[in-house]
Write a protein that binds this ligand. Structure first.
Ligand code: AMP
Length: 474
């Protein structure tokens, strides 16, 4: 891998200064590949995910190329939108906009972000003052286009970031409408975690002779994730989370569920159980989502219960534990969920609950990550979380005892290289009504037992074997 230093790029001094203030020592692989190509003005088709440093990979060269338009003039007419960055969610748009602002802070180039779920008027006022770089989610951008609060006829660069996610969410018609408003003569950059047929079609329609840049998914971090599976039926999931949080002395965790409804309910239930918990899902207001995230980042919230879509791509590092309260419908999402932990060489733990009806999903996960899952029995306060065993697959139960000490071992501190992780690429899951809301312990004969975990096996580290091909055709 060629690791170049930023100084070799000959970026303008204001950009170099911003980069060095960010503390970046060398370029990430996607930056080393993409920046020179974008500087040449070529279209780019980039296979990279959040967490690889791709925001800087497109923002720095774009800012460099826009510097020729830099002006101290206050006139809005002198600050038309020159670069448009489209992202699927508000959080990602906000995250990218913050980075762009950092990189542009010593230039006179202006940037702004617009997304739905918040008052449109301040956005209109900001757009009317003029911005060169506009970061947006598609729906809100169309509102602005239609209300004529932004004009895109001088756009020279467009970035379709997390393109596969935008298509998953159903933004294709919005994207097509937006792209049709833009000048034909422009540079288009498309970043996507996967190159499905739909993405290829999108690229064929809107990119001209693109250069493909690709960074392999790093499996290194995943090798530091210990995966444990517990047989827990739907009625005991809440109790099982509580038990494991105490048993394993979990400082902070992402808790994944498959539905928005389930997300809110589980968060409220855990909060009632005395665990400081916040929920992150698509039905929360923007303000609530940002507050929940901030509180989690500050360490004020111990458990962040979230759906895949809401948590996608969030730049939260070093979460020691990930719970899969519901197994994801798509095995790829499992990889992305557990990639929230064990980042950058830190040790992480992924705990997944396996309900009796989850055998097919578990089988898919086993195939995807090439492990044989040993499903442990869990004794919660209210009794055994599930008594029936996977008798159909007895060979998979390795009899290796995990000592309580080992289970409680705190994660090692993260290394200084936090961005080569396994970023997120969830799938929009159907809404499912959860049924783990039952009273903990209701009528169970094991009530009063201490929360011992009956360990039946030690999980092999993920990706010991060569990584599976993860790019899927949609
Ligand atoms: P991104 O994939 O763009 O969301 O970036 C993920 C994280 O990596 C962000 O916190 C960036 O600030 C950080 N980052 C980006 N480029 C570099 C770099 N060259 N060196 C170190 N960190 C970086």
């Amino acid at each position: 891998m060629t690791v170049l230093s930023f100084s070799e790029l000959n970026l303008a001094a204001p950009l170099n200064q911003a980069v060095s203030e960010m503390g970046y020592e060398s370029m990430t692989p996607i930056q080393a590949q993409a920046i020179p190509v974008v500087l040449e003005g070529r279209d780019v088709m980039g296979a990279a995910q959040t967490g690889t440093g791709k925001t800087a990979a497109f923002s720095l060269p774009l800012l460099q190329r826009l510097l020729k338009h830099e002006t101290a003039s206050a006139s809005p007419a002198r600050h038309p939108v020159r670069a448009l960055v489209l992202l699927p969610t508000r959080e990602l748009a906000d995250q990218v906009a913050q980075q762009v602002k950092q990189y542009a802070k010593y230039t006179q180039l202006r940037s702004a972000v617009v997304f739905g779920g918040v008052d449109i008027k301040p956005q209109i006022a900001e757009l009317r003052r003029g911005v060169e770089v506009l970061v947006a989610t598609p729906g809100r951008l169309l509102d602005h286009i239609e209300s004529k609060s932004c004009v895109l006829n001088q756009v020279e660069y467009v970035v379709l970031d997390e393109a596969d996610r935008m298509l998953d969410i159903g933004f294709l018609p919005d994207l097509q409408r937006i792209l049709n408003y833009l000048p034909k003569q422009r540079t288009t950059l498309l970043f996507s975690a996967t190159f499905s047929n739909d993405i290829k079609r999108l690229a064929n329609s809107y990119l001209q002779n693109p250069v493909t840049v690709e960074v392999a998914r790093s499996n290194e971090t995943a090798a530091t994730v210990t995966q444990r599976f517990f047989a827990v039926d739907a009625d005991h999931k809440r109790d099982a989370v509580r038990t494991l949080v105490e048993e394993l002395d979990v400082k902070q965790a992402f808790v994944f569920v498959n539905s928005k409804l389930g997300c809110g309910r589980l968060a409220r239930a855990l909060e009632r159980d005395g665990l400081s918990t916040a929920a992150l899902h698509g039905d929360k207001s923007q303000d609530e989502r940002l507050k929940a995230l901030d509180a989690f980042k500050r360490g004020e919230v111990r458990l962040l219960v979230c759906t895949d879509v809401a948590a996608r791509g969030l730049d939260i590092k070093d979460v020691p534990v990930v719970f899969n309260v519901d197994l994801p419908f798509n095995a790829e999402d499992y990889v992305h969920r557990i990639g929230r932990t064990g980042r950058a060489g830190a040790e992480g733990l992924a705990v997944s609950f396996v309900a009796p009806s989850d055998q097919r999903l578990l089988g898919d996960i086993e195939k995807m990550v090439r492990i044989k899952a040993s499903v442990e029995t869990l004794a919660t306060r209210s009794g055994y979380a599930r008594q029936e065993r996977r008798d159909d697959r007895p060979v998979r139960h390795e009899r290796v005892e995990r000592s309580p000490v080992e289970s409680r071992r705190p994660p090692k501190p993260a290394s200084r290289d936090p961005f080569f992780d396994k970023p997120y690429e969830p799938t929009v899951a159907p809404e499912v009504v959860p049924n783990w809301e039952s009273k903990p312990g209701g009528g169970n004969k094991y009530k009063g037992l201490s929360g011992n975990i009956k360990s039946k096996g030690k999980m092999p580290a993920l990706f010991k074997a060569p990584a599976p091909a993860e790019e899927q055709e949609a």
